[in-house]
Design a protein around this ligand. Sequence first.
Ligand SMILES: Nc1nc2c(ncn2[C@@H]2O[C@H](COP(=O)(O)OP(=O)(O)OP(=O)(O)O)[C@@H](O)[C@H]2O)c(=O)[nH]1
Ligand SMILES: [Mg+2]
Length: 364
Amino acid sequence: MGISEKLAELELEYSKTQKNKRTEGHLGILKAKMAKLRREIVEGASGKAGAGGGSGGFDVRKAGNATVVFIGLPSVGKSTMLNAMTGSKSKIAAYSFTTLSCIPGIMKHKGAQIQLLDLPGVIGGASLGKGRGREVLAVARNADLVLLILDVFDTNYRDKLIAELDNMGIRLDQTPVDIAIEPVTRGGLNIVFSKKQTHGLDAKIVTGILKEYGIFNGSVIIRDDATVDQLIDKLTGNRKYIPSLTVINKIDLVQKDYLKQIKYPFVPISADKEQNIEKLKDEIYSALKMIRVYTKSRFEAADDEPLIVKEGTTVIAACAQIHKDLKQNFKFAKIWGPSAKHPGQKVGADHVLRDGDVFKVETR
Ligand SMILES: Nc1nc2c(ncn2[C@@H]2O[C@H](COP(=O)(O)OP(=O)(O)OP(=O)(O)O)[C@@H](O)[C@H]2O)c(=O)[nH]1
Ligand SMILES: [Mg+2]
C-alpha cells in the first residue's frame, strides 16, 4: 500500500470515529499517524521542487527582497494578475491548466523588488499529488507571503485552499506555540502545563501522541493553551508559518453589493480590467512588513536608493545585507529619523531600525 492509500485509510477512520471525550486520545493518535505520513509526502515533494528543479519539479530561484506565490484554482486569473502587476507575459487562456510551470515576475513597489510566482492552478487533493499539486504547494513553502486567489463566483473555495496548504505543512497566519520537549533515555514522561488548557489537551493525550513519535521518557513543558494539532506540529517539526492575503478577482462581473456576503477579509480586484491593482500592491507590501532605510557615507548626503529590510531588523543585520566587511568592521552607528532619540544619536549593533531611518556606520 502506498503512502497516499494509507493516508486515505486513516482519514476515513478519523472521519468515522465519533468525536467525544472518550475517543479524544484515539483521535489524537490517528492525527499523529496522519501527520507522519503527510510529512513523508511533503519531504518527497520539497526535494523535487527545490532550486535546480530535478525530476520534474519547478525550477524556482528566489529573487528580489521577498517572494510571493499565487495559489488558486485553475482559471481564477492568476496569470492575468501577474501580467497586470509586473508587465510579464504569462500565458492567459479561457481553459484550465494554462500555466504548467512556475512563471516568475518582479513587481517594483515603494523601492522594493518583490518576486511574484505565478503557478499552475491547484485542485482538491492537490496535496496528494493531483494535477502536480504537490510541486505547486511545495513552492509555497518557501514563500514570504501566500496570495489565496479566488474567482468572484467561487469564494467558498478559500477553506479548501487553506486545507491543501495545511496538508503540506504550511500554517497560514499562525504563530508556533511554545512547547518544549526534551527526550531522555529513562524515567518516564514528566508533563507540565504552565497555562490552563481549554482545547482538551491533558497528560494522557500528550503521552499517547508522544509514544507515536517514539518518545517514552523526557520532559514536556506546554507553555501555551495548545491544541492536539499544534502539539503534533511541534513533533513533526517541518512546519512553515507564512502570512497570507486573500484576493477576489473578476469583480468586474458582479455588482458591488454582491461582495457584501463574503465573511473574511479580502482585496477585491479585476486583473483583466486592471481595477484596484495599486491597492493590492500596497497590501502586499505591508503584509510583507518591509521597511525602507537609507545609508549615509562620511561625506555625502543620504542615499536616494533605499535599502529594503524586514521590520524588526537591527543595524548590524542591515549592515550584513549591504556587505559582510561592513558587518565585520562595525564599531557603532549614528541614526537620524523615526528611531532616533535625537538627530545623529549614537547606537550599537542591536538598535532596531524603523521605516525612513537614515544611518551612518563607523567602522574600525
Ligand atoms: N471578467 C474577467 N475575466 C478575467 C479576469 N482575470 C482573468 N480573466 C479571464 O479568466 C480566464 C483565465 O485567466 P488566467 O489568467 O489564464 O487564469 P489562471 O488562474 O492563470 O489559470 P491556470 O493557469 O489555468 O491555472 C481568461 O479567459 C482571462 O481572460 C477579470 O478580472 N475579469
Ligand atoms: Mg495561469
